[in-house]
Design a protein around this ligand. Sequence first.
Ligand SMILES: Cc1cc2nc3c(=O)[nH]c(=O)nc-3n(C[C@H](O)[C@H](O)[C@H](O)COP(=O)(O)OP(=O)(O)OC[C@H]3O[C@@H](n4cnc5c(N)ncnc54)[C@H](O)[C@@H]3O)c2cc1C
Length: 460
Amino acid sequence: MVHVVWFKRDFRTLDHAPLHAASFADEVFPLAVIEPSIWDAGDLSKRHYQFVKESMHDLDQRLQKMGNQLHVRVDEMIPVLETLYATWGQFTMHSHMEHGLSHTYERDKAVKAWMDAHQCRWTETPGFGVKRGTYVGHRPSFMKTYLKEPVYPVPRSLKSVNKVPNGFSDSSILDGYTPPGTLASNPLKGGETAAIKQANSFFQTRTKTYLKHMTKPAYSFTSSSLLSAYLTWGNISIKSLHKATQNHLDSPEKKPKKALQSFSSRVYWHCHFVEKVEMKPWINTVSKDPRYEGVRTTNEEWFERFKKGTTGFPFVDACMRFLHAKAWLNFRQRAMLTSFACNTLLLDWRDVGQFLAQSWIDYEPGIHWSQIQMQSGLIAPRHIPIYDVIKQSKETDPDGVFIQSQIPELAACSSANIHEPWKLADNPYIAPMIDYDAILNENKEKLYAIKKLPERTVHV
Ligand SMILES: Cc1cc2nc3c(=O)[nH]c(=O)nc-3n(C[C@H](O)[C@H](O)[C@H](O)COP(=O)(O)OP(=O)(O)OC[C@H]3O[C@@H](n4cnc5c(N)ncnc54)[C@H](O)[C@@H]3O)c2cc1C
């Protein structure tokens, strides 16, 4: 019987339980499918596609060293399964369990129904510390169980199939498909090789300044781990990273222990938030607090200026321009941009969330949509995270180094004026698009007044 390994958001060979399980079989078919319905759903962009393409090329090369290759097709899953069945009859499929939004969850249900109807077995293995069918309270125990599992080794060899079905190609076929959207450039290269390099350089050098620069926009890109995209697209596993961190912590050599511990707890959060979308695959559309429905609206002009980084607020615009260039921001910058758009401009969190999902390369539905709702004040019972963008600018970029790196018009502006250049008699930058204090205070009052209303049924 042929064993298919379906690679989804897990483009790696180390610690890949489905690949490991299939490696004992006589005929193995490594498969990756670009499903237009998933790529057209609105939350993914060209930026992600570029990363996925690089990840697949890298995976293909690794599989070739094992004597096999990655078989790629641009199609929906059911026609793909039909082709496999027409070629071999019954087959077995292995994959990681995917924790995504409703459309991927529904796709998986259709795949399961098809496999059952054709008496083909599909084994889905947890790839994070998340178990299907459990609830928040059970997480810690499963996380421990997951982390205790072995790191599955890279198979030495992988026997290929005797008959390759029609309609599959190598990873070069990926160049023939273009997903919608405009954001394309991407400084981080996708793939397991790049992920391992990134992890090693973090442990060897960046841990030294990790905590110090975590919230500092001018330095966090060169001090943070920058592993989120590799975790999201599965170029490296949580488990192998956790074990590597433990090895560094246990090492007799002098290591920045606080940084390593902090990193370790963040990696743990990754699973915690992935679990949120497993439980609520509709978190990109259904507000956790329905009392806020209808409060936020769409102001096309404001939204366009926010997206382009031309609001007239230097720090907000610098963050946005940096995001366009680097596909990444640190946590505080992401939170501030979300809060500015959803709480100050009162733009709909779903529109803002979709645009930001397309923009950062590490878009992970569970983390992303939980944070978008959280930063829009839809989760905490009493608190709304409203950031004062001028205070944030002065606190995290006191000399304006970051602003100047992104906004050439302000290159000659002094650090005393760079945060609020509109106060100068001759403002060298775009005029602010809103009267900041007035709108912020008005909307703060509006949003907090809703928190005081009697709680209506909150969507689960
Ligand atoms: C509005 C908003 C949206 C976000 N969307 C995403 C997203 O789509 N994907 C994503 O990976 N992170 C997201 N984050 C969390 C965080 O900003 C990024 O994980 C972090 O900036 C990635 O940089 P790093 O890899 O250098 O992280 P590090 O600080 O080095 O952390 C190591 C790893 O821990 C995990 N991690 C760190 N912070 C968090 C967190 N708050 N919640 C869950 N896991 C975390 C990530 O996997 C990260 O790679 C979001 C935050 C906000 C406020």
